[in-house]
Ligand binder design. Structure first.
Ligand SMILES: [Zn+2]
Length: 120
């Protein structure tokens, strides 16, 4: 079952609270059940990974010392959608597309948000 979230993968969002407040990024992954999402390049944490879990079959990248930089999930409620047209954080309105399917639109300018939740 697909839970509807106000932001989807690929959206530009602004962080509304926490140490990354005011920063913008692209949503990398959504975890609807946890109510969280990762945003590219934001809230990055360093993780020590176990060598045996990593092995050398990763293509021989620059993984030295088993430290991995990874985006930690942020609560969805801390993310606000940024309209590509307004270039500003806006509220999302739920409307309908021409074909009758649910469509998220910018409450400010009415620009439809791109739907990238399907497929990937
Ligand atoms: Zn807009």
């Amino acid at each position: 079952m697909a839970l509807k979230t106000h932001v989807v993968k690929g959206d530009t969002v602004v962080i509304r609270r926490g140490k990354e407040k005011g920063k913008r990024g692209i949503v990398k992954a959504i975890f609807p059940h946890a109510g969280k999402a990762t945003v590219e390049g934001l809230n990055v944490v360093k993780r020590h990974t176990k060598q045996e879990a990593q092995q050398q079959n990763m293509g021989g990248s620059a993984q030295t010392g088993g430290i991995l930089e990874k985006e930690a999930p942020l609560p969805l409620s801390a993310l606000q959608y940024v309209c590509e047209k307004c270039k500003a954080p806006v509220r999302i309105r739920h409307g309908r597309a021409a074909d009758g399917s649910p469509q998220r639109v910018c409450a400010k300018c009415g620009e439809p948000a791109r739907e990238s939740a399907k497929g990937s």
